[in-house]
Design a protein around this ligand. Structure first.
Ligand code: SD4
Length: 325
């Protein structure tokens, strides 16, 4: 039987390379398709522009939005100069790089890994958690074991630059005081719409620099740093994950869009919710990026400094986000 967007096939071995999965394989159950937009790929922070370009190239070549997201995010994960994602990410207070990532497709399937060590491309592991298991999230040693069993190889993710930065921080903070460096942000959150008008999203990060070993941020939590609903749109977050988790931020953004807010209005609404508790602390930064099914984009952050990349039509632009305070 041919799987199309329109067939609803129950649990089965038809997806995920012949491995039993509980993926949902049709969007029909969510109702009618929404208004159609155009091909688009967006990513948090201007520094990830190459990721949006890569994802857009995939979309233009007719690849689906899930594969485009994975390819785009892998560019950031493989870049040793991005100190918030994958290889080269800044470590925790013990000097260990631990990675969080999540991915979600247009049908509502989701996969994520949390606090995973030694694997360079957590977004691809998250995709396989989604496609090859009955679970949504794997954490720590279990995530790594799953990755190794599925053909990933173990690598040292701590670059010389990241190690030196950690040593300097450690000298100044021998007891782990002020352990979180709020100024360090480059986490990638991406959303993309393909030529079947299907939306997917993903997030990948090494999390907050100098975090307590074992800390998990918002990035692998579905509904916090990432949420996609193919009827409505998608949202991703970056910044202080604790504030995003407490307000289930990306889900909130998508639900406001469902009520009729534009992506811009929805991001502003979610940031204002955070500001109620974050306003005492000017160092806390949070940014949301959202896209609706018409390929309209919105973004908003607590404070100045957030930016994002948009690949659409013939160009890729880096746009400075509006901010609250
Ligand atoms: C976290 N949200 O672990 C991530 C960090 C981040 O840009 O986004 N940095 O809390």
């Amino acid at each position: 039987m041919k799987i199309t967007r329109r067939n609803f096939v129950k649990t089965g071995a038809l997806v995920g390379g012949g491995v039993i999965t509980n993926q949902i394989v049709s969007s029909k159950i969510f109702g009618q398709d929404a208004d159609k937009g155009e091909l688009i790929a967006v990513s948090t922070w201007g520094g990830t522009v190459k990721s949006s370009e890569k994802a857009y190239e995939f979309l233009k070549n007719g690849k689906n939005s899930l594969d485009a997201i994975e390819a785009g995010i892998r560019v950031a994960e493989n870049d040793p100069t991005n100190s918030s994602v994958g290889y080269g990410g800044l470590p925790d207070e013990d000097g260990i790089v631990t990675l969080d990532a999540s991915i979600m497709d247009w049908i509502g399937n989701a996969g994520s890994v949390a606090a995973m060590e030694g694997i360079k491309n957590p977004i691809s592991v998250a995709k396989l958690v989604m496609q090859r298991t009955k679970h949504v999230m794997l954490a720590g040693d279990g995530a790594k074991k799953f990755a190794l069993q599925n053909g990933f190889k173990e690598e040292n993710l701590l670059t010389e630059n990241s190690r030196k930065a950690w040593e300097e921080w450690k000298k100044k903070n021998p007891h782990g005081v002020n352990r979180v460096d709020e100024k360090n942000h480059d986490t990638i959150g991406m959303l993309a719409i393909d030529n079947s008008f299907n939306l997917s999203g993903g997030v990948s990060t090494s999390g907050m620099a100098w975090k307590i070993h074992g800390r998990v941020g918002d990035s692998p939590i579905i509904g916090a740093a990432l949420f996609v609903d193919n009827e409505v749109g998608g949202a991703v977050s970056t910044g202080n994950g604790e504030f995003v988790m407490r307000t289930v931020g990306s889900f909130l953004v998508v639900e406001k869009m469902r009520e009729g807010f534009s992506p811009q209005e929805a991001c502003e609404y979610a940031i204002k919710r955070i500001y109620k508790t974050a306003k005492q602390n000017k160092d806390i930064q949070v940014g949301y990026l959202a896209v609706n099914k018409k390929s309209e984009v919105g973004a908003f952050s607590l404070y100045d400094g957030f930016s994002y990349a948009v690949a659409k039509g013939s160009e890729t632009k880096v746009v400075k986000s509006k901010f609250l305070a």
